[in-house]
Design a binder for this molecule. Structure first.
Ligand code: EPZ
Length: 422
């Protein structure tokens, strides 16, 4: 297993290109199942999760080819011959559940393994299933699989989510595009990845209104055609790299970044003493003074502070002047980076969904272990500012969501290298 070695100290200066969004691409790729015509995605990120989704779609009979070093993905589902999404693939990546809605909508039946939980929480899919039942799906849960049928096709229905769910909104939205009649989705997720999916589906001929708001209205159509669509910029990779100069000092321009993708996050950075300036090429970030100021953070669905940036923000606040309280309201177990940061000298008290961080002057490098995707990159950020060397183990988590992290950070002056495991 590979590790990443970071030698701390020194400011970062220069430019970091931000890739297309992993969490947009993982819902745009299954959209190919809605049509027998080709779907081409450009600005696609080169990540292991994308390779996993590719394997899953190919196992169903879709053709997926990567062009331009993986930045273009050409998909075609004119010949779906297998309707079972196997546990072996699904267990590797929970987003696999996103083949359920489109496959059921177009093929009238689907068998998808329940994804199971992960390090950050139980990750149930009950809201996905309730949404499809509201569109007339007949679901039977047995042997760890969802057996879904829609004899005669799905019908438009009323979906009212008791809590905001990104994935359930995506499954319901994709399924509704081919349902007979009108579907209204209330308390829908408003993430930019949902907006991106709606725009792509509209290019394929779907009739959708309200993306970006809490209510989506979809008029089902008989058939969707092919399309070409650029994957939206990854706001979580963007926020992650905005924190690099924030934690080390210096000035970095994140190319492709747009303020509307990270407004709540940028507001918090401003309160902590970090300047974020929109340029015509992206977002320029620099620390105003020598040390950041403690701020309190509560994670919420978009447009609130993203849960996927909580671990990275904690790394910054470990070196802030004063104490910060981070409240994680989306997932039940998303502070696993805290004990690892404490190995580096951070002072953090975790109680349930709250973590209180008492800022220290400097962290000290140490061997640490990545436990999930965003925790792993928060340890790298901490290592950039720490005294001495930090060795982050189990970086396969990292490669799921960050392409070429050592190249991107190395290019702005970080002393970082990948150490191949035995
Ligand atoms: C998406 O996960 C993202 N993944 C996550 O990013 C992100 O953290 C999350 O949205 C929240 O923004 C992808 O897009 C592939 P949810 P998702 O359904 O859709 C509960 C990363 O690091 N819930 O919005 O699974 C759930 O337990 C990953 O890139 C139910 O109770 O998240 C959670 O507490 C991590 N029943 C809350 O809702 C359901 O049926 C929000 O989950 C579904 C969800």
């Amino acid at each position: 297993m590979d590790s990443i070695l970071v030698r701390g100290g020194g400011e970062l200066n220069g430019e970091i290109p931000i890739a297309g969004a992993k969490n947009a691409c993982l819902t745009l790729m299954p959209a190919t199942l809605l049509s027998d015509e080709p779907l081409t995605l450009t600005n696609a990120p080169r990540l292991s999760d994308i390779r996993t989704m590719t394997t899953l779609l190919e196992s169903l009979g879709a053709e997926v080819s990567k062009l331009q070093d993986g930045q273009v993905i050409a998909l075609s589902s004119h010949n779906i011959h297998n309707h079972v999404a196997d546990y072996d693939i699904v267990r590797k990546m929970r987003a696999s559940i996103l083949v359920l809605g489109p496959m059921l909508a177009r093929e009238g039946h689907a068998v998808v393994s329940l994804p199971g939980g992960c390090a950050i929480g139980a990750r149930p899919v009950d809201l996905h299933l309730k949404a499809l039942e509201a569109m007339g799906a007949e679901l039977d849960l047995r042997d760890g699989y969802v057996h879904a049928k829609a004899p005669g096709g799905l019908k438009g229905g009323m979906v009212d989510f008791p809590l905001v769910s990104v994935g359930a909104t995506e499954n319901a939205l994709m399924a509704a595009t081919l349902a007979k009649g009108t579907t209204v989705i209330k308390n829908a997720a408003r993430e930019p990845e949902i907006v991106d999916l709606a725009r792509c589906l509209r290019k394929m001929g779907a009739q959708i209104e309200g993306e970006g708001t809490s209510t989506l209205t979809i008029q089902g159509v008989d058939k969707l055609h092919g399309a070409t669509h650029p994957v939206v910029t990854d706001r979580i990779e963007l926020g992650t790299y905005m924190l690099a100069p924030a934690i080390t000092g210096g000035e970095v321009e994140c190319l492709g970044g747009r303020m509307e993708l990270v407004a709540a996050f940028a507001e918090k950075l401003d309160q902590a003493g970090i300047d974020v300036t929109e340029t015509e090429r992206g977002l320029k970030v620099r620390r105003r003074n020598g040390r950041v100021t403690a701020v309190n953070v509560t994670t919420e669905p978009f447009p609130g502070f993203p849960t996927d940036l909580q671990a990275q923000m904690m790394a910054l606040l470990c070196t802030a002047q004063g104490s910060s309280v981070l409240e994680e309201k989306i997932f039940e177990n998303r502070f696993m980076h805290a004990p690892e940061l404490m190995r580096m000298g951070a002072r953090i008290d975790v109680h349930g969904g709250h973590a209180t961080v008492h800022g220290v002057e400097r962290l000290r490098g140490a061997p640490v272990m990545a436990t999930d995707l965003r925790a792993s990159v928060s340890l790298i950020l901490a290592g950039l500012a720490a005294e001495g060397e930090t060795l982050v183990n189990r970086v396969y988590h990292l490669d799921r969501g960050y392409e070429r992290v050592e190249e991107k950070l190395g290019a702005v002056g970080a002393r970082i290298e990948r150490v191949s495991g035995q």
